[in-house]
Design a protein. Sequence first.
Length: 549
Amino acid sequence: MTWTRRNAPLVLLGAALLTSGVMLLVLTRDLTFFQDTWDFLINRRDLTVDNLLRPHNEHIVLIPVSIELFFLHVFGMSSALPEYLLLIAMTLVAAVLFFVYARRRVGPWLALMGTALLLFIGPAWSDLLWPFELAFVGSVLFGLAMLLALDRDDARGDVLACVFLAISAGFSSLGIAFMAAAAVNLFQRQGERGLRRAWFVAVPVLLFGLWYLGWGHDAESHLSLRNVLDSPRYVMEGLAVSLESLLGLSKASIEGPPETVLGWGEPLLVLALVLLVIQQIRRPGFSPGFWPVLAATATNWFLTAFNYIPGREPSTGRYMYAAAVFTLLLAVELLRDVRFSRKTLMIMGVVTIAAVASNIHFFKDGSDWLKNQSVLTKADLAGIEIARKHVAPEFELSPAIAGTPSLIDVFAGRYLEAEDEFGSPAYTPQELTEAPEPGPRQADVVISQALPLKTSTSAGAERPGQGCALGGGLGGPEDTTLEPGVTKILTEPGPQVSINLARFAEGSYPVQTAGAAGDSTTLLTIPGDGSTVPWRLHVEAQQPVYVCR
């Protein structure tokens, strides 16, 4: 009993880690590759210096690209499970590192509460459910490792800090924030240890600088005077949003554009500042560790503010994980060595449980949204594979065709090359017949455009002959099954006729043609492809319409 009571925070930490890991594993089990990941899979699948060092947006992505290449050549492209497992593992390790950092400063119970808030930070669901964001998670993980290494305050700690800082910067440009923390630590301790240890900061900064001179200067940048002048407001909103997100008070939307102000953040930030002033009146001064963390937090938010464009509001989900870490680190340093009564700790524990419970729904909603995107992705790619014999290499899965903007720079030629080499993540034709909507419907659209299906209409309806049957209109069947080849559609005099098709979709006809005027002959050309599933022709007309094989 004594052992259990003494080690209760560690036992509960283990339970929280296990719960988080199982939850993330279950929520990601049906997901495939998503959005920016396709750029790595299709356009960077060869091991070249340029592929490794070319920036993605404004970020260095050396380590994420290396990981993607390793997984691609070892596991292929048929399943995204390996990278989901890595993301989950890195998330859990980062949480453990935060717990260790916090326990040294505020004790095990407050460290446990902060770790629980981080593990279940719902508004950051995109960081925790999308492996592409292991770029941010990796920078945070090794940034935390760097801070822990600096706690050693010795030469070996500096060596470890240098290595961890370089790795953090290799994951993403978020590593710059931890460079700022390391620089502050260096100047804080120059009186005790001198500037001879400047190398532990200089080496990662030099490596990052060389990358910038060679490749990074071509990265996307939205730096402007307006953004710089507006940055203080942006930073304050970012701090406010991170507070309400941690405490389960966020109203962020899963699918909609991020909102600038969510409601609870500003009062919470004002309250936090008031409490900070009161604390400084009672106990003036800050802990030494506060200033490196403050430098990292400010660097992160100001750099984000300087590069603002619509869609990068402070409440953007992919910013919330790093924002939560920095906010918690600040809280840990501000509460360092503060002693709370058992009653106060119990109240704080209840607030933590309530915040976690409030944030859980974000993970379920985010997972459901990503599953829908996975259905569309696997169906769209199946469409390209089915149309392989005819599709043009430059055919693109644009949002209008794919039904989603999530397939970034996916062109048929490059995709099919990758699929031939590394396998397919797409539905098979048989799986497509059983896939949930809107997958089959969108696959029909992709196939019709990739083949493509063609219609040409001329005035005057020919006389129905042998091989012609009533195919719509008065007394005609609802659907007519079509095989590849040229089909002649004869429309009797009357109003405009609707002619649409479906193949894998049930209950709808997503492939819409221009239709046909009354008293006309339409030729419908359907090339053969990689599936034996027939097309279904659906005609809506007020007059007889004949379909001739």
